[in-house]
Design a protein around this ligand. Structure first.
Ligand code: UFG
Length: 338
């Protein structure tokens, strides 16, 4: 059974993917995270969940604290463990912040990934599943967006991920590195038992911000003058557990096919901010205080995926609805309010 290194395993999507791997596979897992955005509590919860399921005597999940920007940190992990493949989540991922502080994004996302890839090649590890993003497409020329859509990012975050995609292509040609790039659309929801979930500080994402609004805190809609059916932005919200499953399938595809490829991961359906807000009010069965303010910089009006390719090749499809994502987010939010 492979040993997989999961960078950014203490973060939102990484931790849900580890949960999927604990529940569905026997892979050994090394969690690598600098805990800048990830949380040690999340790691501890994963270790606890695993210990309840553990059938073997040897440790199946090991946490290694480290930073991809320090090549020694990653080198130590590869020297210590016999790693077979990597799922690479570790990155900064906020569009607006990337515009204000591009250096942070290029240094961490690109330079950190280069350290990782060079260490992989040095240790003859040539399988990687990579978190890419629909932000590499930029303003859509058509929707739904398929994988052939031109990639013209409009912010440093999108550029950093596109650069990594290109680097991976070059490393394939030169060193035989095989990568599956999953271009996620918007990710939502949480573990359905509320054990782990979306935990960002500060929180900027739509659904958690709606759920956090209360009598003293009003939810803000950023712009209602877009050219869409109700004037608010349209996005494609894929459930984090479905996304986690896509990572497992992508890794298994690499094992079987040993081929580089790229897949959009979304639902194929777009919901406006207003529609998401209404769905949250229905799930919570209460009125949520709301106000409308101006547009947020860098927000395209409409983004939703064509997911035909991933359905055909990885045999993946989304199983959970927007309401399911809102319900699990709310459960996590209620259990972890403090
Ligand atoms: N929004 C609001 N109010 C809020 C938060 C968000 O109106 O309090 C709106 C945004 O303006 C946007 C939509 O809700 O129109 C979704 O915003 P999010 O911040 O939840 O997500 P983004 O689309 O900005 O970005 C996310 C990830 C990126 C990824 C992108 C792909 O953070 O890493 O999805 O679409 F690239």
């Amino acid at each position: 059974m492979d040993m997989i290194l999961i960078t950014g395993g203490a973060g939102y999507i990484g931790s849900h993917t580890i949960l999927n791997l604990i529940e569905k596979t026997d892979y050994k897992i090394i969690i690598f995270d600098n805990l800048e955005n990830g949380h040690i509590e999340t790691v501890n919860t994963l270790l606890e969940i695993n210990s309840k399921r553990q059938r073997r005597a040897d440790a199946r999940i090991i946490f290694e604290k480290g930073d991809l920007r320090n090549i020694e940190d990653i080198e130590n992990v590869f020297n210590k463990h016999s790693i077979d493949g990597v799922i690479h989540f570790a990155a900064f991922a906020l569009v607006e912040e990337s515009v204000k502080n591009p250096s942070k994004y290029y240094r961490n996302n690109i330079y950190g990934t280069l350290n990782l890839l060079d260490t992989m090649i040095k240790h003859n590890v040539k399988r990687i599943v990579f978190s890419s993003t629909c932000a590499t497409y930029g303003n859509p020329q058509y929707t739904p967006i398929n994988e052939k859509h031109p990639q013209n990012p409009i912010n440093p975050y999108g550029y950093s991920k596109l650069a990594i995609e290109r680097i991976m292509d070059d490393y394939d040609k030169a060193y035989g590195l095989k990568s599956i790039r999953l271009r996620y659309f918007n990710v939502a929801g949480a573990d359905e038992k509320g054990r782990i979930g979306e935990w960002h500080e500060p929180e900027t994402h739509l659904i958690p911000n709606i759920l956090k609004a209360n009598d003293v805190k009003t939810f803000t809609i950023f712009g209602n003058d877009y050219d869409t059916r109700d004037g608010t932005c349209i996005r494609d919200y894929v459930n984090v557990l479905d996304l986690a499953e896509a990572h497992r399938l992508a890794y298994e595809y690499l094992l079987e096919e040993n081929k580089t490829d790229v897949f959009n991961i979304g639902t194929g359906e777009g919901y406006s901010v207003k529609e998401v807000f209404d769905a949250c009010e229905r799930v919570l069965k209460k009125k949520i205080p709301v106000e409308v303010k101006g547009r947020r910089a860098g927000d395209p009006a409409v983004l939703y995926a064509d997911i035909g390719k991933v359905k055909n090749i990885l045999n993946w499809k989304p199983e959970r609805s927007l309401e399911d994502s809102i319900k699990s987010s709310y459960l996590y939010f209620c259990k972890n309010k403090k």
